[in-house]
Design a protein around this ligand. Structure first.
Ligand code: SAH
Length: 227
C-alpha cells in the first residue's frame, strides 16, 4: 500500500502545488503516493459557511472553529485509520529528518492546515492532533508548511529517488551536514577540485568527506553535534 496523504485546508486548489512537479509529481503520477485535498469549508453548517470566529477573551484575529475542523476530520479519517493526524503549527515540535523518516515508513498522514490565528484548542485536544512546525518563523497558512513536510517525506518513499544511496549520505543523516560537491570541469574561474577527490583512492575520499562534513557541522550547526 502506498503512502496516503490527506490534507485539510481552506485552499485545496493550492494542492498538489509544488508536489505536482519534478520528483514528487512523477511519484504521484506513478501512484507511489496519493493525495486528497479536502475543503474544510464544505463542512461548515451555517448559512454563511463560516469557518472562523473571534477568540474568547478578546485579542486580534480570528480562529478556525472546532466544530467545522472536527467535521472535516471525521469525514476524512475514522478511528481505525492508522495514519498520524498532524496540525501544521509554529507552536509544534520542529520537524526533523528523523521524524520525516518515521513518517515515510508509515501508511501516510492526515494534515490540517491552519489559517488566521490558528485553530480552536479544543479540536487539537479532542482529535489528538500533533502539532508540527517547519521552523521558528510564522507563515500565513499551513499549506506551504504541509508541502514542505510532504516533499521531505515523498523523496524517501521506496522507488522515488533515482539513486537510493543519496538518501543516507545527506545532511542530517548521522547528525552531520553534507560535505561539498565538485562536479566537472576540473577548473572553474581558477578554482580547482580538491586533489583527493580525483585520486581514485576511495578510502581517502571517504575520510576527506567525513572530515569536511564534521568541520562544516562544527562551524555552522554545533547543535547537531550535541554541542
Ligand atoms: N497565531 C499563531 C500563528 C498563526 S499562522 C501563533 O502565533 O502561533 C497561521 C497558520 O499558518 C498556522 O495555524 C499554521 O497552520 C501555519 N503556520 C505558520 N507558521 C508555521 C510554521 N512555522 N510551521 C508550520 N505551520 C505554520
Amino acid at each position: 500500500m502506498s503512502f496516503r496523504a490527506t490534507v485539510l485546508t481552506l485552499y485545496p486548489e493550492m494542492f498538489p502545488g509544488t508536489l505536482g512537479q519534478a520528483l514528487a509529481g512523477k511519484a504521484l503520477a506513478r501512484g507511489d503516493w496519493s493525495l486528497e485535498a479536502v475543503q474544510i469549508r464544505d463542512y461548515a453548517t451555517d448559512k454563511h459557511r463560516s469557518v472562523d470566529d473571534t477568540p474568547a477573551g478578546g485579542g486580534a484575529g480570528m480562529v478556525m472553529r472546532a466544530d467545522v475542523v472536527a467535521a472535516a476530520l471525521d469525514a476524512s479519517c475514522d478511528e481505525a485509520d492508522p495514519r498520524p493526524r498532524l496540525l501544521m503549527s509554529p507552536r509544534g515540535k520542529p520537524l526533523t529528518q528523523a521524524r520525516v523518516r518515521d513518517l515515510a515508513a508509515g501508511p501516510g498522514a492526515v494534515i490540517v492546515c491552519g489559517r488566521f490565528e490558528g485553530v480552536d484548542q479544543r479540536v487539537i485536544d479532542g482529535r489528538g492532533l500533533e502539532e508540527v512546525s517547519i521552523g521558528d518563523y510564522v507563515l500565513s497558512g499551513g499549506e506551504v508548511a504541509a508541502q514542505v513536510l510532504l516533499d521531505a517525506v515523498i523523496r524517501l518513499l521506496p522507488g522515488v529517488m533515482g539513486n537510493a544511496q543519496s538518501g543516507d549520505t545527506e545532511s542530517f543523516e548521522g547528525n552531520l551536514l553534507e560535505p561539498p560537491h565538485y562536479p566537472r570541469p576540473a577548473e572553474w574561474e581558477g578554482r580547482t577540485i580538491p586533489e583527493v577527490l580525483t585520486s581514485g583512492n576511495h578510502a581517502k575520499i571517504d575520510e576527506w568527506r567525513r572530515e569536511e562534513a564534521e568541520k562544516l557541522t562544527r562551524e555552522r550547526r554545533p547543535d547537531l553535534l550535541g554541542g
